[in-house]
Design a protein around this ligand. Sequence first.
Ligand code: UDP
Length: 499
Amino acid sequence: MTNQSAMNGISRREPHFVLVPLTAQGHMIPMVDLARLLAEQGARVSLITTPVNAARIKAIINRVKESGLPIHFAELKFPCAEAGLPNGCENVDLIPSPYYYKAFFEATNHLREPLARYLRAQRPRPTCMITDMCNPWTADVARGLRMPRLVFHGPSCFFILCTHLMQQHEIYDRITDDFEPVLVPELPQPVEVTKAQATGFFGASGWEKLRSEALQAESTADGVVMNTFDDLEHTYIDLYRKVIGKEVWTIGPLCLYSKDLDNKAARGNKPAVDHQRLLSWLDSREPKSVLYVSFGSLVRTRPLQLIEIGYGLEASNQPFIWVIKDVERTSEVDKWLSEGFEERVSTRGLVIKGWAPQVVILSHPAIGGFMTHCGWNSMLEAVSAGVPMITWPHFADQFLNEKLLVDELRIGVAIGVKVPYYHLTEDGPSAAKRDDIAKAVSRLMDKGVEGEQRRKRIKELAEKATSTMEGRGSSVENIARLIQYASKHGNNDSDQEEE
Ligand code: UDP
């Protein structure tokens, strides 16, 4: 033990994880949960963040401090100016227009040196890095410090596996028509997708360099950590393990880390709705009667489509909570909401303008359905709460997540959108019309046999999700194995020279 670590009472064998999330809500929220789970099981954790993101998760940082968990939130300056980004644009949901996407990833790339400097200065030196799949630049940093590096995959294993197989079989190179249906090779049953639906991360044209760096960083990683659980997609987890030939730790659903209401409400941004008002609104509703409508943190629904959703919800006659993001509130949308819509639905509809405490809402007994964009965190949160879904995928992993949910697990009703959001034009027709929306809502909330069976299936999955995160559940055990791995293979010598 070094003098410094002896003074701190820290054993060299105690693993110290450094977690490097992509600064996007859907990537940071589960990493923060992972940090707390690792720390609760005895590891030290440094979670890399930036000033704007740290300010957003202040409530969580304060809770961690109060609890005494050994987690350090390390703030690195995000190089906005160097990359040509507007000041403060430190999270994907703050990117003002698609024009800045490349600059954002360029800026994350510039974090390489500051991260390496920060880690070199730590005593004892962190032993093992867990880094988001979208941060391939971390590979050099871990290599330089001779630290094992595990890739954290935020999406479903099903998506990761399908895109991996399509890549391996060169389907992306062979198929020239983005809308031609193709079979994903090697799967135990047929799964058909178009290239447009399954490009995956950095799959669009112009992103080849980042895509190849991400693939390279994945292939040289020491293992993979996934926010999923075995009972949900074990066939695909087993197959993925086989095709990559590496250790895969399934440690989800991470959302179940937050058990009490305050912890649930502290996830992500500060909620835009008063806690008591929300709870008393929900408490006044019949069990399983309310539809929750939200499309995650990144989708920006266009004004005409938003208004169409509103008409669909109105036509459905179902109680609902509908989340409209601040960035979606154009003057047209605000005018439409205030000049009639909100009044017409006032006895059964609640519109949240801004950030919603999603896990609080989903886990309330009044919620009976969730219209979702199929972001993996949202899906896991709904599965964990036993809430069936209407699936409306937009991009990235969402179309494949929908297939898992609707075709395989049979816990969702597809709204029927087949074309990714980026292929739609600003003033083109809506991807889903009010009638499609009203029909999907009535099918999902139906009290008949089909609806009951769907509810029964998801209730069983929710029970499995809970037990996997409790006692000796598989995800709890996998977290323990991950800590053992880092103790055994991690770089525990803080005085060791780098290459
Ligand atoms: N979320 C939330 N309130 C909102 C919007 C999103 O709490 O108003 C959370 C949601 O619970 C989930 C995450 O943000 O944990 C979004 O991740 P997901 O993978 O579902 O979608 P993404 O935003 O990455 O598209």
